[in-house]
Design a binder for this molecule. Structure first.
Ligand SMILES: *Cc1c(COP(=O)(O)O)cnc(C)c1O
Length: 362
């Protein structure tokens, strides 16, 4: 006999992290190729000397710094153990068995996991042409039982960002008592002038909650710190669902110092964006149908050839992130790693074209 566990856990997919193997180049987890920003490691090490103490429960200094940078009151903020941790808190604030949570698919693989842990039903809405989110379909999927809609922009793993007009129309279509989470994990990498910036919609939509992270542009993936920006009532509920002392003192100090290094952060993100443009344009020239990307990765629609393509990349020393029978997500890395990837992608595409006698991979 084993203890009776919740049946809801049975069909929860296991989170699959991007592979990491010694000696291979990791382009599988959307990490920042740069080390921590200047001054951040020193401050984290200094904080580590206090590891016999609990961290500041309210993360007051970090919240204050975020409020100042974002131009929002402190009571609009909640921090947590990475934005996935914050998302789990958010889902707990609204969803329980009998409720529905609507989200796009294919999108961030944590979404169905955190929803099912709360026992709520998942409503996955297919992407539209160009691997973009279908905001009309997302709004249309809302029912009386819907408590939450997740919107990912730029969308992981496909890349396109939600446009301002479509987001405005979407927010107008969703009932005011349904929470909308706008997951902006890659917001710092967005360069499209028409892309929606969640901060512009907060004042007019109290049911909107933004989700942001230090894991990507700030390069603190290993320290686990992210945050939500929301109406004070929602932000307070999110804070209630936090694991006490979840965000370590080391993470809080590293995040504060990182926020004070905006210029260095922007320079690094600019370098990644320049590489992203170069990689996407080269792939298009090779013949790949790569969707728009406003993030730090590209999406290759390799279809049923996905495992074979990932294996080919691995033979070339590159770890990418395959999504079986759909495609591969490839993180933008250092220039020479991107070159190695482009060479592999070009060779593969030509090879497939010869085999299939067609325009290339599915
Ligand atoms: C990487 C990512 C996150 C951030 O995860 P953390 O828990 O903050 O490391 C959140 N949402 C999306 C869509 C992501 O790709």
């Amino acid at each position: 006999m084993t203890p009776r566990l919740r049946a809801a856990l049975d069909d929860i997919p296991v989170y699959r992290a991007g592979e990491a193997l010694a000696g291979l180049t990791k382009l599988s987890s959307n990490e920042n190729p740069f080390p921590p920003l200047p001054g951040v490691l020193d401050r984290a090490v200094a904080a580590a000397a206090e590891m016999h103490r609990y961290p500041d429960l309210s993360a007051a200094e970090l919240i204050g710094e975020l409020a100042k940078r974002l131009g929002v009151p402190e009571d609009h903020l909640a921090v947590g153990t990475g934005s996935v941790g914050v998302l789990q808190q958010i889902v707990q604030t609204v969803a329980q068995p009998g409720d529905e949570v609507v989200y796009p698919w294919r999108s961030f693989e944590a979404y169905p996991i955190v929803v099912r842990i709360c026992g709520a039903a998942t409503v996955a809405v297919p992407l539209a042409a160009g691997a973009r989110l279908d905001l009309r379909a997302l709004a249309a999927a809302v029912t009386d039982r819907t408590k939450l809609v997740l919107v990912c922009s730029p969308n992981n793993p496909t890349g396109p960002a939600v446009r301002r007009e479509e987001f405005a129309a979407f927010l107008d279509a969703v009932p005011e008592d349904v929470l909308v989470v706008f997951d902006e994990a890659y917001v710092e990498f967005v360069r499209d002038d028409h892309a929606a910036d969640g901060l512009d919609f907060l004042a007019t939509h109290p049911n909107l909650c933004l989700l942001r992270t230090f894991s990507k542009a700030y390069g603190l993936a290993g320290l686990r710190v992210g945050y939500a920006v929301a109406h004070p009532t929602v932000a307070e509920a999110i804070r209630k669902c936090a694991v006490p002392f979840g965000v370590s003192s080391i993470a809080q100090h590293a995040a504060i110092e990182s926020l004070r290094r905006q210029d260095a952060m922007r320079a690094r993100v600019d370098a990644v964006v320049a590489q992203r443009r170069r990689v996407r344009e080269a792939l298009l020239r090779q013949g790949w149908a790569v969707p728009d990307t406003e993030a730090n990765f590209v999406w290759l629609p390799t279809g049923v050839q996905t495992p074979a393509f990932a294996a080919e990349c691995r033979r070339a020393g590159l770890l990418v992130r395959p999504f079986a029978a759909e495609g591969c997500r490839v993180t933008i890395g250092e220039p020479e790693d991107n070159d190695a990837f482009l060479e592999t992608a070009g060779r593969w595409f030509d090879g497939r074209r010869r085999v299939a006698g067609t325009a290339g991979p599915a």
